[in-house]
Design a protein around this ligand. Structure first.
Ligand SMILES: NC(=[NH2+])NCCC[C@H](N)C(=O)O
Length: 477
């Protein structure tokens, strides 16, 4: 057995008191940030796509399943974030509980989640912009060879993120208002066009997928059990739950803002749980309206919501939805860029990434090097890789991080029973264990190809750790 490399919690708490990052966010800023990163491509695009391809009207239940799992994970995040508020979130919790190598894995995993998350969203942003302004599909949207729209928006938002979080939180709040208003509009107008006949059968009978689909695109559970590949039915609903889990991801970003929050112990809990609850209610409502307005087999996969209103002759709502998507997706990318900076900052500070990354800009007080470096990677991915390949990777990345966070809760309780915990998960360790299992079960419903890509990313990460991080870590000296 080698030496145990874990961070001392007291040190984490101390350094956040003397932090270099500026403390200026309040509870409502955090709910704004949360809703800002949560509502996005998931509801604007994936809800329709999954109803059409996997779940039919029961996609609503997929969103319920997603909400339950995300809610459980949010409780675990809230306990850790409120008792150990830090810029590294899950990465730092893992460092303080499970040790350096777990911390590295989770940090590396979160970088994947947030970088790919930003790439997915920038591409769908570009698609909606093209839709709204009638721009050329050659440069915007999924058919582009090089998605110029996606690259441009990332470049602009990187500048905002580097100049300062206060400006970006102001901007985020404004964009969030527009986004929530659009969801409410969808509900208020959509209800009048819901037809009961579209909602039956609620769970369509299972059937083989249409067209060719290779074994690599089969959910891992089905492949492992040697089942026939199928869509719809209960299994289809669960597959859709794993995919639309994407729609809930991102709230973890709030846990990174512990060093910039005025009263982190209370505000982080309010922010995480509040934001998630608002989104769950809107998602479930919007998915009932969508599948009630259009028969699931007729849903448009490009712009499902806008198209649903066009069909019933309410073009003005369709146009407002596209406008809301363009503005709303902007706030998702904004939070994502801010978060990548924070995670890299924390990893650099501990020596697992080059030290230079872990320093804040002298004037703006933001982790500028990491933000710019991350943005460059995102821009390349966004330019060339299709949304479908990226979105499932975000779900698997988020779920894996949640598994480690859930495990960290009882471990930290055991190791540091004395720590002040403004929020505690009820029924620990039972609830954290259920959380970890539920997250794991959802990952098993993602396809084989996603697992292969994810494994490859982890192997690259471990190589970097053994050849760089381990030697340069603060524990190496
Ligand atoms: N870091 C992330 N998980 N980013 C992706 C956020 C996706 C967001 N929930 C959406 O529906 O668009």
């Amino acid at each position: 057995m080698g030496e145990r490399r874990t961070l001392d919690v007291d040190e984490v708490l101390k350094r956040q008191e003397s932090g270099e990052l500026k403390r200026r966010l309040r509870g409502r800023d955090l709910v704004g940030f949360g809703v800002g990163i949560i509502i996005g491509t998931g509801i604007f695009t994936l809800a329709g796509v999954e109803a059409k391809t996997h779940a039919g009207p029961s996609v609503t239940l997929s969103f319920v399943i997603g909400a339950v799992v995300a809610g459980l994970a949010a409780l675990c995040y809230a306990e850790l974030a409120s008792s150990v508020p830090t810029a590294g979130s899950a990465y730092t919790y893992a460092f303080a509980t499970l040790g350096e190598i777990f911390a590295w894995i989770i940090g590396w995993d979160l970088l994947l989640e947030f970088a790919l998350g930003a790439a997915v969203v920038s591409r769908s942003w570009s698609g909606y912009l093209a839709n709204l302004l009638g721009l050329s599909p050659e440069w915007f949207g999924e058919d582009a060879t090089v998605n110029v729209g996606a690259v441009l928006i990332i470049a602009v938002l990187t500048v905002v993120a580097v100049v300062g979080i206060k400006e970006s939180s102001w901007l985020t709040n404004l964009l969030v208002l527009v986004k929530v208003a659009v969801c409410v509009l969808i509900l208020a107008v959509g209800v009048f066009f819901v037809k009961g006949s579209n909602l039956t059968p609620f769970v369509p009978t299972a059937q083989p997928p249409s067209g060719s689909s290779s074994a690599l695109h089969q959910p891992v559970v089905q492949a492992a059990l040697g089942l026939e590949q199928s869509v719809y039915g209960i299994a289809g609903m669960v597959t859709a739950a794993a995919v639309v889990f994407f729609a809930y991801t991102g709230f973890e970003a709030l846990a990174n803002l512990g060093e910039e929050t005025i009263n982190p112990r209370k505000d982080l809990r309010v922010g995480i749980l509040g934001a998630l609850a608002v989104c769950a209610v809107l998602y479930i409502g919007v998915s009932i309206v969508l599948t009630g307005m259009v028969h699931y087999t007729d849903i448009d996969s490009g712009a499902p919501l806008a198209d649903a209103f066009d069909r019933v002759g309410q073009h003005w709502v369709g146009a407002l939805i596209s406008l809301g998507a363009v503005t709303g997706l902007t706030s998702v990318m904004m939070v994502e860029l801010v978060t990548i900076g924070r995670i890299g900052f924390a990893m650099g500070r501990d020596g697992l990434l080059p030290k230079a990354i872990g320093t804040a800009h002298p004037r703006w007080g933001t982790p500028h090097r990491m933000t710019i470096g991350g943005a460059a990677l995102i821009a390349v991915l966004a330019a060339f890789v299709p949304i479908s390949a990226l979105a499932d990777m975000v779900s698997i990345g988020a779920l894996s991080a949640m598994i480690i966070v859930a495990v960290a809760v009882p471990v930290l309780r055991k190791r540091r029973p004395d720590l002040k915990r403004p929020f505690t998960v009820p029924f620990s360790p039972v609830l954290p264990i259920i959380t970890a299992l539920a997250c794991f079960y959802l990952t098993l419903n993602l396809d084989v190809m996603t697992w292969i890509r994810f494994a490859a990313w982890l192997v690259i990460g471990l190589l970097i750790y053994f050849f760089y991080g381990r030697k340069h870590s603060r524990f190496a000296k």
